[in-house]
Design a protein around this ligand. Sequence first.
Ligand code: SIN
Ligand code: CO
Length: 391
Amino acid sequence: MSHRDTPLTLLGDLTPAEFMAEYWQQKPLLIRGAFPDFLTPLDADELAGLACEEGVEARLVEENGPAGPWQVSHGPFDDATFERLPEENWSLLVQAVDHYVPAVANLLDEFDFLPRWRVDDIMISYAPPGGSVGPHVDQYDVFLLQASGQRRWQLGNKVADNAPIIPGIDLRILQKFDLEPGSDWVLEPGDMLYLPPAWAHHGVSQSDDCMTISVGFRAPSADEAVTSYADYLGEQLPPSTRYSDAGMAPVEDASEIDDDALERMRRLILDTLDKPAQISQWFGRVMTQPKYVDQLIPHDPPLNEAQLVAELQKEPLHHAPGSRFAWRTDGNVTTLFADGDGFVCTQELAQRVATPRPLHEDILELPEATALLTQLVNAGSLYWQLEDEEE
Ligand code: SIN
Ligand code: CO
């Protein structure tokens, strides 16, 4: 039996195959006890500490802020910010906690029936009683795992792209939220709610220790994909590839753009874009683009291959926090994608490197491993962990 046909507690005893067929991208699923006896991997003080650090993306949402209703402020925050907050009706939201807390990153292993490159990040929120970000929709799939305390979740239905939002505030809050009958639950620690994109939802803290973990997914919009793919291709196209009308008949009316002209342009665009090998190379790069590009720290000074081998014999290599890997084989050529770059290597090596496990020196037995690992260490995608970072 393949792992996709094994019922999972995480999915309320559905198999991954059943979950994907019936719920993923289609409808919400409430899972009581998805993580039995769940203990939050960090507490509210630790989350607030992260929100005070430079480079960490954090937001504070105050329903009745000093500057007006639904005030949003951005981190880094300081002690004074937290001291001035009221006892109710605010939320602190910290993005990409998986980049900073290994125990949070480890939660991603539970979702490995989904492509890892679809994951965006793990956001964690804290809210005292009444805290919420208002009824809204997100364009992404999300698993909302209750980490501590209680949150009441109310769901609406799927909402159109142009659903009216409250004007004049920094948050996208729906003007109209229609509770779907039967979609009103209080989640306890370890309970989880899966939401597909565009589903209206409203989560309100019911306790003074409400923490919610959002495992969020990314999917490029057609708008982003077309622009980004065109940019990628554009860099490789010679200036001589352009609109051409050799052999055309003389025109009747010199001002008209006729059907033949339009068809020539359409063919140029479609033939230029429809390149499976290029789409493959672009897609791997885009989906492994780090969330925060400046978090990658290149090895300084760069290592040579002999130094890499010597270091790897001492300590295993780890995937840098926030680094993203994927691989793909086209015909008989495999590309390992790492942090927006592509490296041709054997499929076995690509799979080993892309799997989120430490890399030990035995990997050097694989052909071309030394050169590849040296490049990845120098780029900052792989690194040697400091002792105090280990779990
Ligand atoms: C929250 O954790 O407060 C909000 C999460 C969400 O609604 O997407
Ligand atoms: Co949301």
